[in-house]
Design a protein around this ligand. Structure first.
Ligand code: ZN
Length: 194
């Protein structure tokens, strides 16, 4: 099947390859972890303005996150949402500690950690490393977006938008894809969602 230049798979391939976007507005929305220590633009080799960047600590999804992503897909018409986690994530380390030692942070950080733990339970993941917790949480967060946003789900159903759940190694920029929805990705996908 032919792809036009704006479809999710094409945009994802260009982002992965670090091909700079033409520069007339965002080509994708990236929902990343606030403690990543690396910008989405740096990860994907893009200049400022090429990505609509949304970040929270540990990928907590709230109304402001959903509104930002819906603005990207509905108002701007971007065909791709990337849920981007990262290696050695402090938030996922806190979640693993909570799982193994029942030590939870206080305040609002507790809710973020609890969300990550819920992802581990829902995915039936082995919570034996920061990487496995991160993978479960990234995939569950990506799935959860279509469950919590009818607008996004509708776009995905129509083939107008795709979602990629990935993690990056900030040290060398290696990107690992954990799940995709409406995006063709044959290299190393751990979970295929339909
Ligand atoms: Zn993080």
């Amino acid at each position: 099947m032919a792809h036009d230049s704006s479809d999710a798979t094409t945009v994802w391939q260009k982002l992965k390859a670090g091909v700079p976007a033409p520069g007339d507005g965002p080509v994708a929305a990236v929902f990343r972890c606030a403690d990543a220590g690396i910008s989405s633009e740096t990860v994907f080799g893009q200049s400022a303005g090429a990505l609509l960047d949304v970040s929270t600590w540990g990928h907590t999804v709230d109304t402001s996150v959903l509104a930002s992503l819906e603005y990207a897909v509905e108002a701007l018409g971007v065909p791709l949402v990337v849920v981007l986690g990262h290696d050695d994530c402090p938030a996922m380390t806190a979640a693993l500690r909570a799982w193994q030692q029942a030590q939870l942070p206080d305040g609002a950080m507790r809710a973020a950690v609890e969300h990550a733990l819920l992802s581990v339970v829902r995915r039936g993941a082995a919570a034996d490393s920061v990487a496995s917790v991160a993978s479960a949480h990234i995939v569950e967060t990506g799935l959860g977006l279509t469950q919590r946003s009818p607008a996004l789900a509708r776009r995905v159903d129509r083939g107008e938008c795709g979602i990629v759940c990935a993690t990056v190694d900030p040290a060398d920029g290696t990107i690992r894809v954990h799940a995709t929805l409406g995006v063709e990705e044959t290299n190393g996908v751990l979970v295929e969602m339909v």
